[in-house]
Design a protein around this ligand. Structure first.
Ligand SMILES: [Mn+2]
Length: 139
């Protein structure tokens, strides 16, 4: 199992490759706001654990194991954003809150949150009912 920090790296590398076609150490450092030397260290560890293959001058590619996990991590992040949005959390809080909780939930909880998002999205009146409660609580 990857640690929370490894998960952050795999998630960002997956996104970079998906969006740009490649992930450079400098891009990873920028997207995670860390020093490039930390990226190099982590990338070597991820290579050793078979999540990716790193060649100093040619860049890196995810292995099928890394790719599969990356896809799940990106899904988890997006689902949690969707969840917070659907329950009415302010947009300005969503990204940071997801970054704070995403590594600490079991896949069981993730799947049940997925059901709940579906429950709300299948019927807009459920969202309006929730809004009524929130307006009462905020008053
Ligand atoms: Mn994330």
């Amino acid at each position: 199992m990857p640690t929370p920090s490894m998960e952050d790296y795999i998630e960002q590398i997956y996104l970079l490759i998906e969006n740009k076609g490649y992930a450079r150490v400098s891009d990873i450092a920028e997207s995670l706001s860390v020093h490039p030397s930390s990226v190099t260290k982590m990338v070597q560890k991820l290579d050793k654990d078979d999540y990716l293959v790193y060649e100093k001058y040619r860049g890196l590619v995810l292995t099928s194991k890394g790719n599969k996990i990356g896809k799940r991590l990106v899904y988890r992040h997006e689902l949690l954003e969707q969840f917070l949005r659907v329950i009415g959390v302010k947009e300005e809080n969503i990204y940071e809150d997801v970054e704070g909780i995403e590594h600490h939930l079991s896949w069981d909880s993730i799947d049940r949150i997925g059901d709940l998002v579906q429950y709300f999205e299948e019927n807009n009146s459920r969202i309006s009912d929730l809004k009524i409660i929130q307006e009462k609580n905020d008053a």
